[in-house]
Design a binder for this molecule. Structure first.
Ligand code: NDP
Length: 498
C-alpha cells in the first residue's frame, strides 16, 4: 500500500457531509387518472373491464389506474398486429421503416426528461440513472436499429432476410423503457409488428411511449401495448397468432413459457436471471475495482439480471478490499429517487422487498456475517439498506439464488482455477466481471467463464452494438448488435451452407 493510500484509508468518511436536497421537478409529467390498452393506434378500454392501481414505490402513492388485459383484449391486440403486418407494414420500404425508427429515437431524446422523471416515479430508480442510463440507451437502440433497417441484405449477405410476422414481447420492471426499446427496435427494423406486455408494476413509460408512436405517426397496429399482470403475459404466450415470443424475466416463468411453446413451431428467445461473479485479482487497481463492485451490485438497487451479486476476491487482498468497500458503502445516499444526489432508490415493489428480506434473513441464519452502513430510510415506501455479506459459503442460498436487490455476497479464491470453478458453480450464465492488470489473464478468464458477457476492468456497460444474453438457465438468444436482429428474421440457411 502506498503512503497516500495509507493516509486515505485512515481518514474518516466526512461524517457531516450533508447534501442539500436537489429534487427533480415532477411537473413535466402529466398523468391521466386511468389508462386503457394501446391497440390499433388508440388507447381503448379493456374488454375485461378490469383496472388496477400503479404505485410510486418510494411513497406508496397511487399514480394512476391501468387496464388489465384479458384474453379478448390480447386477441384484439394480436389481430391488430397481424392486420398491420399484412396490410401495410411488411410492404413499407426498408428506408421508410428506418425513418420511423429515427423519428422515435429523436422524440425520445426530445422528451427524455419527461420519460426519466416518469421512470423514476413509477419504478423507484434514481433519477440520475433513468436520466443518464435508461433514456440515452433507449434512444441509442432506436438509432442503432434504424441504421440497419435498410441494410439487412448487407447484414446477412446471401441469406435473403425477411420478417417473421407478429412478435409477442414480455418485459420486466427493472428497466421498463430500456427493455421495451431492446425488444421493439430490432423487431420493427426487421419489418415485424409487435404486441408488448410491460410489467405489472411499471407500465407508465410504455404507455407514454404509445404517445411517442402517435407523434411519430407510426401506422396503427404496428406496435400494440397490453398492460396487466402475469395473466396477460400468459395469454400472449398462449395465443397462436404470434410468430415469436421474446421474454425477459425470471427463470421460473421463462421455463413455463418454453414448455408452453414446445412443439408449436413459434420462435422463442429468453433473457432470464443471473448470479454473476465479479472477480477481483490481487494485481487489480483496487479503488477502481471497488467502484466496479459498487456499480455492479448497487446500480438500480441491484434489480439487474447481470448484477455482480457474487464478489470473488483473491485471498491476499481480501482485507483491503473489504475495508475500502465498507467505507465506500457508507457514502452511498439512499432515498428519494427524484433527488439528483440519490445513489440507491426505492425497491420496486412490496413483493420484491419481501423476497430480498427473506433471502437476507436466510443468509444470517445460515451463518454469513452481515454489514449494513448506518442509514436512515424514509418512513413510507419500499426500501432496503445496501448490504454486504462476508463469510459466505458457496452452498448458502445468498450465494446460489438471484436476490435481485442491493445485497452482495463475498467469497474468496486463491488461484485463477479456483475463481473459474466458483464463478461457474451456478445454474446461471449471464455475465461476469474480471479485474486485473494482465491482458492475458482477462482473455483466459473470458474464455473459461460460462457467461454471455464478460466485462474486464469495468461492469454493467451496455451498448446497442453489443450483443447481450445468457447461457444455461440465463436463457438463450441475443439482444443488441447484429445478433439481436436474427431472432426477428427468416434467414435462408441453405445458401450459407452452400
Ligand atoms: P416475472 O418473470 O414474473 O416477470 C417478468 C414479466 O413476465 C412480467 O411482465 C410479468 O408480468 C410477466 N409474467 C409473469 N408470469 C407470466 C406468465 N406465466 N406468462 C407470461 N408472462 C408472465 O418476474 P417477477 O416480476 O415476478 O420477479 C420475480 C423474480 O424474477 C425477481 O425477484 C428476479 O429474481 C427475477 N427477475 C429477473 C429479471 C431479469 O431481467 N432477468 C427481471 C425481473 C425479475 P407481471 O409483472 O405482471 O407479473
Amino acid at each position: 500500500m502506498t503512503e497516500l493510500e495509507r493516509k486515505q484509508d485512515s481518514s474518516p468518511v466526512p461524517a457531516g457531509w450533508d447534501y442539500a436536497p436537489a429534487p427533480e421537478s415532477r411537473d413535466i409529467v402529466t398523468l391521466e387518472e386511468r389508462y386503457g390498452l394501446y391497440i390499433g393506434g388508440e388507447l381503448v378500454e379493456p374488454k375485461s373491464g378490469e383496472y388496477f392501481p400503479t404505485l410510486n414505490p418510494a411513497s406508496e402513492d397511487v399514480l394512476a389506474e391501468v387496464a388489465q388485459a384479458g384474453p379478448e383484449d390480447v386477441d384484439l391486440a394480436v389481430q391488430a398486429a397481424r392486420e398491420a403486418y399484412e396490410n401495410g407494414w411488411s410492404s413499407v420500404s426498408p428506408s421508410e421503416r428506418a425513418k420511423y425508427l429515427f423519428r422515435i429515437a429523436r422524440i425520445l431524446q426530445e422528451r427524455s426528461r419527461e420519460f426519466a422523471v416518469l421512470e423514476s416515479l413509477n419504478g423507484g430508480k434514481p433519477i440520475k440513472e433513468s436520466r443518464d442510463v435508461d433514456l440515452p440507451l433507449s434512444a441509442a437502440h432506436f438509432f442503432y436499429y434504424a441504421g440497419w433497417a435498410d441494410k439487412l441484405e448487407y447484414a446477412f449477405p446471401n441469406r435473403n432476410p425477411t420478417p417473421i410476422g407478429v412478435a409477442g414481447q414480455i418485459i420486466p420492471w427493472n428497466f421498463p423503457l430500456l427493455m421495451l426499446s431492446w425488444k421493439i427496435a430490432p423487431a420493427l427494423a426487421a419489418g415485424n409488428t409487435v404486441v408488448l406486455k410491460p410489467a405489472e408494476t411499471t407500465p407508465l413509460t410504455a404507455l407514454l411511449f404509445a404517445d411517442v408512436l402517435r407523434q411519430a405517426e407510426l401506422p396503427p397496429g404496428v406496435v400494440n401495448i397490453v398492460t396487466g399482470d402475469g395473466r396477460a403475459g400468459a395469454e400472449l404466450v398462449k395465443h397462436p397468432g404470434t410468430d415469436k415470443i421474446a421474454f425477459t424475466g425470471s427463470t421460473e416463468v421463462g421455463k413455463a413459457i418454453q414448455r408452453e411453446l414446445a412443439g408449436s413451431g413459434r420462435r422463442l428467445t429468453l433473457e432470464l436471471g443471473g448470479k454473476a461473479a465479479n472477480i477481483i485479482f490481487d494485481d487489480a487497481a483496487l479503488d477502481q475495482a471497488v467502484e466496479g463492485i459498487i456499480n455492479g451490485i448497487y446500480f438500480n438497487q441491484g434489480h439487474v439480471c447481470c448484477a455482480g451479486s457474487r464478489l470473488l476476491v483473491q485471498e491476499s487482498i481480501y482485507e483491503p478490499v473489504i475495508q475500502k468497500l465498507k467505507r465506500r458503502l457508507t457514502t452511498l445516499r439512499v432515498g428519494d429517487p427524484l433527488d439528483k444526489n440519490t445513489d440507491v432508490g426505492a425497491i420496486n415493489s412490496k413483493q420484491q422487498l419481501e423476497k430480498i428480506q427473506e433471502l437476507v434473513k436466510s443468509g444470517e441464519e445460515e451463518g454469513a456475517e452481515v454489514y449494513q452502513p448506518p442509514c436512515r430510510l424514509p418512513e413510507k415506501g419500499y426500501w432496503f439498506v445496501p448490504t454486504v455479506f462476508t463469510n459466505v459459503a458457496q452452498s448458502y442460498r445468498i450465494a446460489q439464488e438471484e436476490i435481485f436487490g442491493p445485497v452482495l455476497s463475498v467469497l474468496t479464491f486463491r488461484t485463477p482455477d479456483e475463481a473459474v470453478e466458483k464463478a461457474n458453480n451456478t445454474p446461471y450464465g449471464l455475465s461476469a466481471g474480471v479485474w486485473t492488470e494482465k491482458g492475458s489473464r482477462i482473455l483466459s478468464m473470458a474464455n473459461r467463464l460460462e457467461a454471455g458477457v464478460v466485462w474486464a476492468n469495468t461492469y454493467n456497460r451496455f451498448d446497442p452494438t453489443s450483443p447481450f444474453g445468457g447461457y444455461k438457465e440465463s436463457g438463450f438468444g441475443r439482444e443488441g448488435g447484429l445478433h439481436g436482429l436474427e431472432p426477428y428474421l427468416d434467414l435462408d440457411e441453405s445458401e450459407v451452407r452452400g
